[in-house]
Design a binder for this molecule. Sequence first.
Ligand SMILES: [Fe+2]
Length: 501
Amino acid sequence: MQTFQGYKDGSKVPVESYNRQDWQRGYESLKQEFEYWIDDVEGEIPQELQGTVFRNGPGLLDRNGQRVQHPFDGDGMISAIAFQNGRAYFRNRYVRTQGFVEEEKAGKFLYRGVFGTQKPGGWLANAFDFKLKNIANTNIIYWGGKLLALWEAAEPHRLDPHTLETVRIDYLNGVLHPGEAFSAHPRIEKDRLINFQIKPGLSTTITIYELDRSGKLVDRHAHSVPGFAFIHDFVITPNYCIFFQNPVTYNPLPYILGWQGAGECVHFNPGHPTRIIVIPRHPVSGDSKGREKKAVQILEAESGFVFHHANAFEQENKIYIDSICYESLPTLDPGADYRQTDFEALSPGQLWRFELNLENQTVRRQMLETRCCEFPSVHPANVGQPYRFLYLGAASAAQGNAPLQAILKIDLSSGERQLWSAAPKGFVSEPIFVPRANATLEDDGWLLSLVYDSARHRSDAIVLDARDLNKGPVARLHLQHHVPYGLHGSFTPQFFGPANV
Ligand SMILES: [Fe+2]
């Protein structure tokens, strides 16, 4: 397999490790739903790998000849791979959201997408239509005995973990009310799930929820912060929830008039600081209700845009946050085809470490990794804690901006890197770290990812030994079809394959 590194001599033009047409085909819809034992396996599935990896992502990217304007507008499709005794079972199902069911029946788009997909009929058909399609396409978790498909602007959908059939919208035993959102980026700290809801406006309300293993609400608090906020992810430490308020403004007029999606009306303000919102998780006692809320603190950092954080931790009176940061919000021109994205014209996501000093309210930042990267993953026991190993999807070339074709492991203590690349024909998805049972080393486990193999227009589920990426996948499970590029997923040690194995 050929890989490419760096720039052509003197040209400053990045050598492409991929072919655009190859990359584009990973955005073809997968309209069929499958279930089967995966028989075509290279290598060996580790016997100790027991459980189910669930993944979510936009599976339907066109209807009736009309393509979505942006993949984030594609209806959520769940893939599940259940591992047991060295075998693996695949399933995929669309989340039967109300909008999906209605549009299946109609055979065309009936809802506008947040990221610019319009109903047929031009702007007149779209103006003043603010109906939201909860497309349930971003993440999936198994928590409190429920499998939940998440989308940040609305409620979760509950699915049957054995069949992936949609049960209904789930209000988390009354935690949510109709119309309330539950972000797609919960953080799990031992036996707690911590998540948030954003209500943006001239000022923004951030509501934080903490649920125990049974799904019961154990803490909930809401905070108002100044200004509009576009926040996709957050991080936690034992004492804080931390949000990055990217420097953006929102002008809804093109959305109201039917010209653009709401998400396209968010504009980056170059040169304006990123505000870091630090919210205490545990208010201390003292007020009339026996709870004194420690103040929310807002610190300023240099300008940048963050979708995803890797992790955060507290150490020696400072808070450290590792995040994938862009110079600006990567956007498309209105009406442009996302499959024609000029990667070289956009700034890459790069890994930065932010150091927060709450005593003097300062932020310092340092770049940890210049290679284009996204979709960070860490050992689940280290969420909110000091940690050593970080795994990411990455570009195959060391410099420039490009699709993710490699899995990168970073040893944050030694600085050592390991890279496994699927270039030039393969395109990777988020790596999910699964610890080996009873392991004592932080990197003793596996990385699970889906790789779109453009040479065969099919996808492979791969299992990498997280201790040694250089040896390549220990198992490569050839699926019978492709899976469109997905977003996020999670692993649960429970086996949700067929009942009688
Ligand atoms: Fe995300």
